[in-house]
Design a binder for this molecule. Sequence first.
Ligand SMILES: Cc1cc2nc3c(=O)[nH]c(=O)nc-3n(C[C@H](O)[C@H](O)[C@H](O)COP(=O)(O)OP(=O)(O)OC[C@H]3O[C@@H](n4cnc5c(N)ncnc54)[C@H](O)[C@@H]3O)c2cc1C
Length: 478
Amino acid sequence: MISQSTNWDLIIVGAGTAGMPCAIAAAEHHAQVVVIEKASDVGGTLHITGGHLSAAGTRRQRQRGIDDSPDRHFADVMRISRGTADPVLVRLAVDEAPRTLDWLDDLGFPFAPETPALVYGHEPYSVPRTYWGVEAGKSILATLRPLWDRYRASGNITLLLEHELIELLWDGQRVVGVVVQGWRGRLKLQGKAVVLTTGGYAANPHLFAEVTPGHPRLISAASPTSTGDGLLAARRLGAAFRNGDKYLPSLGGLELEPGSGRADWWAAWALVFSPVYRLPREIYVNERGERFIAEDEMSPDRRERALLEQPGQRFWLVFDDVALHDGPSVVRQWDAAEIRARAAEGKVVWSADTLQELARKAGIDADGLQQTVKCYNEAVRCGHDPLGRVQLTHPIEKPPFYALLTYGTSLVSFGGLAVDGRLRVLDEQGNPIPGLYAAGEILGAAATSGQAFCSGMLLTPSLSFGRWLGRRLAMALR
Ligand SMILES: Cc1cc2nc3c(=O)[nH]c(=O)nc-3n(C[C@H](O)[C@H](O)[C@H](O)COP(=O)(O)OP(=O)(O)OC[C@H]3O[C@@H](n4cnc5c(N)ncnc54)[C@H](O)[C@@H]3O)c2cc1C
């Protein structure tokens, strides 16, 4: 039974990637913690995340003879982000990262045997420092669960599932608790400090539109719980929001149900983020039917930025029947038969015996597409592509022709709460809001990754910052 008269050491809102280690670390230091979670289970995005972690100077790297350091990690993040990440938070993240990885290692984390590795789906680091578990994010959750259960059993962690944060309580000087709503009704909980770990807003189209002006409709592959609740509650109290303008889309999302605004990394995703994992046999065209990048461009960052410039941040992969049957499929989860079946449905991929008919069905400019395919076939024939494509093995000439529509997709949100180096939430004047802390994607992807995707620089900082805050607050508050 939750007592509304208890003055908890710590109130943690959101039992996901950052919230779970925060509660565990506080419990390890004997704090009495209440965790509020709006879903029916803990874990948040850990249920669906790709699970790539990054850390430099880990035991696992040393065992494999990889010479690395947090300083090199820091330099790589600032290079890849072109200096757009927050250096104070990146510093804290890279310094804490090896401790986090070694901790997971101690807890029996089931590392994929090929890790640490260089990952080419994002701009690569200078040394192998990306790790993942055999079951992606679920491996992280499975590693945390036994500790989580232990501290729940000891009474240090009290969990309130299916209750959501409505409001932060302010006594005129500091945040002193939260108002939550759930199956127990509306509760007021008091605490010495409140930590917001409610995640990002990449599943909230209204908030996305508000803070990402000029960008098209949100296509989300984030957890449906990522609706920015904590961020909105903190903003109502005067917290500063930053970095919404550092948005960058991910490539390859398919809107399986047109108009739904949803894509699903695990259900269907086009392999267009790097030629390292699949050489292109198709061309990419925008709605004018124009190519806009060499399809075998090696830099994921250049690919993402090129997509930013396209109308509607969408493009079609156009290929012919030879390409459909040759080599690995263009959609990770679909074989050629599935693509043909989906083309018959005509929701996300279309086929036709002529390019003109294909363009009409798919919504591409027909003259533009025909002209583009003609030029591209000529490039294949003479071995020289004006856009610099090297992989010139497949002309587009054998019907039926196919067009697969992909969108710039949000797995994460870039904007977030402004915090200082102690993860205290800041107001518009840059002053800490007493009693209020935050960790995880609520800080925005841009905080630790800038306007770029640095491998593992969401998950690892979420785990590390959660853990770091839980430990420090428990020690300070008791
Ligand atoms: C498909 C996918 C792949 C990804 N791959 C990677 C990767 O490989 N590497 C990487 O670094 N990052 C990756 N990310 C991003 C990364 O997983 C997330 O940024 C990170 O897990 C977010 O952690 P969090 O704790 O901030 O949020 P979450 O883990 O989402 O936790 C937030 C929790 O708060 C709860 N909550 C929300 N609102 C309320 C409320 N009002 N009241 C109570 N509870 C609430 C939610 O239900 C949830 O449980 C990926 C994301 C996606 C979607």
